[in-house]
Design a protein around this ligand. Structure first.
Ligand code: SF4
Ligand code: SF4
Length: 279
């Protein structure tokens, strides 16, 4: 752990839980607003873009809602077309090839991220369970990925945890998020009501709504919390990205102002830890 991380953790320990959740949300919101204004001024362009390149994951975590998903994959030509469309829209935000999946299962990941870097020249964040990672692979992707977050899930051996943690010491863009039961004291979102979390705090001003979320079946959905893909604004195989994005601009504006007319937004909370013991 770096000195900065130790200092941040120590400060956080002295802040009461409820305030901690508020603080976390406020910081996320400020960060999103400042970043958006810096990148686009008042133009309505997605802050981030998440493309779920495959619906697959090798794990089956009991708290993960993705397990009922069918198998889908976004073909490389379709993927490149989406990246070209993002460029035409003036996208400069952060790109992620993930939503509810394991991106390193995709054999074309390197080709996809290379294309993103070449065409969009934007930053790339990748969340992974780390099962397919080793030193060599991280090195290979190091010029493409700006932020690689390894989430640790049970079951995992101590040796494997130690190995994945050692990657962080070698590569500055790697971080570890320990999601195992005994460690899970992060501030989590309740996925629009699909998870029960401790100390839930209502989210009034959403910082996720100004990003683009494309599921592996091609549906453009409301946000990263729409696990079951219920709020669909169009499908990339039927319409252009720009027309889908523009079709729900009024809704985005309302949600940004805290006007929540959708059930999922009414049930959306930030909080600490998932309530029930899951393993
Ligand atoms: S590793 Fe992540 S995506 Fe895969 S089942 Fe677990 S929580 Fe879900
Ligand atoms: S469910 Fe609604 S309020 Fe919650 S993150 Fe998604 S868009 Fe924002």
């Amino acid at each position: 752990m770096t000195n900065k991380e130790i200092l941040a953790r120590t400060i956080m320990e002295y802040i009461p839980t409820k305030q901690k959740v508020y603080l976390h949300h406020a910081l996320e919101l400020i960060n999103a607003k400042v970043k958006r204004f810096y990148l686009y001024g008042f133009n309505d362009i997605p802050l981030n873009c998440n493309i779920e390149i495959t619906s697959e994951c090798n794990r089956n975590c009991i708290y993960c809602k993705r397990k009922n998903n069918k198998k889908y994959i976004i073909g490389i030509d379709t993927f490149k077309s989406l990246i070209n469309q993002l460029k035409d829209m003036g996208f400069k935000g952060r790109f992620a090839p993930v939503q509810f999946n394991e991106p390193f299962l995709d054999k074309l990941l390197y080709e996809r991220l290379s294309y993103v870097k070449t065409v969009l020249k934007c930053s790339i964040i990748v969340y992974t369970n780390g099962d397919f990672l080793n030193h060599k692979k991280v090195k290979r992707f190091s010029h493409l990925i700006d932020d690689l977050r390894i989430t640790l899930h049970n079951p995992i051996s101590k040796d494997r945890v130690a190995y994945l943690s050692s990657l962080k010491e070698v590569f500055s863009f790697v971080s570890i998020l320990d999601m195992r039961e005994s460690k899970r004291r992060f501030i989590l979102n309740n996925l629009g009501g699909s998870l029960e979390i401790e100390k839930g705090i209502k989210i009034n001003h959403c910082c996720h709504i100004n990003s683009l979320y494309i599921r592996a079946n091609g549906d453009v959905v409301l946000c990263c919390n729409d696990v079951f893909g219920k709020y669909i604004f169009g499908n990339i195989y039927e319409k252009s990205l720009i027309s889908i994005w523009n079709s729900f601009s009024k809704l985005r504006m309302e949600i940004s102002k805290g006007q929540h007319r959708l059930k999922i937004c009414k049930n959306c909370y930030n909080g600490l830890e998932i309530k029930k013991k899951r393993y």
